[in-house]
Design a protein. Structure first.
Length: 531
């Protein structure tokens, strides 16, 4: 291994040769070709140096005005937009995702939108929930938790990237330094984003360790990193097995870790909806299942129906639509192997194959558009195995004998990011809807009605989270600012501290005209004691 040939890592404000234990190359999933560029697998020494720099930066950031953090995030957004064509081209090469509309019209604008929303919250400050009890006298607020490590996923090379993605934006807006761990599926894209973030940090005059980046590390060093006493918190988006292994180490060390793991995103289509508009729903559902080759965390993987001729006709319609669509490249050879393995597991657990269920010959990594089915009775008899996530273009129809069995199926489900109920536009399904909603609502972070789940709006009201195993904690979201900032904050209380020694947010005078504070049990923008 020659460290001089591998790409540099960013540590303590400078690009330097990695102290590495190995190297890797990116691959083009549309062709199967391996990139010429070599990327380092950092050893623990790199991680430790980053942690030391981040600890120093965390102390310095406590003295940085909120407006400077906001300006930094806006600068990152501006710089990414200015380099958008090059960044999108690299992301397309490394992931096979379409340049347009997915990357250039969807994900890149979403990325800069998240950054600008976070900039607004960082500057305005209401998210800290400053709470003042003048009689006690006790005051409290949310404050930075310390260095945050962000593990980005393979399926969103921009909007969820450990560099400049949503978790990065939230952690910085909350006042924390970030250590970004790139996903090995798109290291070139991550390097370009890191170059712009680093330049923005220099322009903004932020501490050297505010942002740092490595490409990859060993499993054992990952375990060690999330448990290190110097780290404040970790965010991870990826597979359930990898996320839970990291969580075990972080939990043992008492370190917060926020996970997005897996989700089947069940879609329940009630009988009245099928009678009324089966073809319309079939089109929407097929589009959703195949969107981005089924590689979205909100892709529907479980479609629950009540048995009958309408249900059979609906299944045939979805099958015909998917059969007319071409196969598209998966994100990587690893994703392809995992999909094939998990589809075979579902078949072994009791599913019948309607279509697909095989690797497709051709350029790159492709899998046939796949539909499976299982009876409600079989599902209930083996529900754990039949909830294996097949990440990609595979979905399973579960055909219940009646509404009562459908409700039992819902009661057997694990936690999910989303759940959708298609119902009649008349009152035909109202009774069934109420029963289904009561069972489904506690199992999902976001409930949808008459709408597929694949879109995730970057809205302050959005919850992109849910009960286990969709995420590691049902009380938090990775999308939706300012709520997403609270993952990277600690509640700090001040008891009888002199007013001039308090943080600006807790002093009698409101530090700006926009910040909302909870003073003596009333939300207000006024100063303490103001009429």
């Amino acid at each position: 291994m020659n460290a001089l040939l591998a790409q540099s890592v960013l540590i303590a404000g400078a690009w330097r040769a990695a102290k590495m234990s190995g190297t890797f190359h990116a691959e083009n999933p549309a062709t199967g070709e391996v990139s010429a560029e070599e990327y380092p697998v950092s050893c623990w020494e790199d991680c430790s140096d980053m942690l030391d720099a981040a600890v120093e930066a965390a102390v310095e950031l406590r003295g940085v005005e909120r407006s400077r953090l906001g300006a930094f995030l806006n600068c990152v957004a501006d710089r990414i937009e200015a380099r958008s064509e090059e960044i999108v081209a690299m992301a397309h090469q490394e992931t096979g995702l379409a340049v347009a509309p997915r990357l250039s019209k969807g994900e890149l604008p979403r990325t800069v939108n998240q950054l600008r929303q976070a900039a607004t919250e960082a500057s305005e400050g209401s998210w800290v929930r400053a709470t003042i009890d003048t009689q006690a006298p006790v005051r409290s607020m949310y404050a930075p938790i310390g260095p945050v490590c962000v593990f980005g996923p393979n399926n969103f090379p921009l909007a969820f990237n450990g560099v400049a993605g949503g978790d990065f934006a939230a952690a910085i807006a909350a006042g924390n330094p970030v250590i970004a761990k790139a996903h090995p599926s798109h290291p070139g894209t991550t390097r370009m984003l890191a170059e712009e973030v680093h330049s923005a940090a220099l322009e903004s005059g932020l501490p050297a360790g505010t942002f740092q980046m490595m490409y990859h590390l060993s499993v054992e060093d990952g375990f060690r990193l999330v448990a290190d006493k110097r780290l404040g918190a970790t965010s991870f988006t990826g597979s359930r097995s990898a996320g839970l292994a990291l969580k075990a180490r972080a939990d043992a060390a008492g370190k917060p870790i926020y996970l997005e793991l897996s989700s089947l995103n069940p879609v329940i289509v009630l009988p009245g909806a099928l009678e009324e508009r089966a073809s319309e729903i079939a089109q929407e559902l097929a589009n959703s299942c195949l969107a981005e080759v089924g590689q979205m965390c909100t892709s529907p993987k479980l479609i629950v129906l009540v048995a009958g001729e309408r249900a059979e006709q609906f299944i045939r319609e979805v099958e015909a639509i998917e059969a007319s669509r071409p196969t598209m490249p998966m994100l990587s050879s690893g994703v392809l192997r995992s999909l094939d393995t998990n589809v075979k597991s579902l078949v072994a657990a009791g599913c019948d194959v309607i279509a697909g269920a095989k690797v497709v010959d051709g350029p790159g990594y492709r899998y046939a558009n796949t539909l499976l089915r299982v009876s409600g009775e079989k599902f209930l008899a083996n529900s754990a195995a039949l909830q294996t996530e097949a990440f990609g273009t595979a979905a399973t129809f579960v055909v219940a004998s009646d509404v009562a069995q459908l409700l039992a199926i819902l009661s057997s489900l694990e936690g999910n990011l989303t759940g959708c109920i298609y119902s009649s536009k008349s009152a035909v399904d109202d009774g069934a809807y109420r029963e289904v909603e009561m069972r489904l609502r506690p199992l999902v972070g976001r409930l949808l009605n008459d709408k597929v789940p694949t879109g995730v709006a970057v809205s302050s009201a959005m919850n992109h989270g849910g009960p286990y195993p969709a995420t590691g904690h049902p009380g938090f979201t990775s999308v939706g600012i300012p709520a997403s900032l609270l993952r990277f904050a600690a509640l700090q209380c001040y008891d009888n501290v002199r007013e001039e020694r308090l943080p600006a947010e807790l002093r009698d005078k409101n530090p700006n005209s926009s910040m909302w504070r909870f003073i003596d049990r009333e939300w207000t923008r006024a100063d303490v004691g103001a009429a």
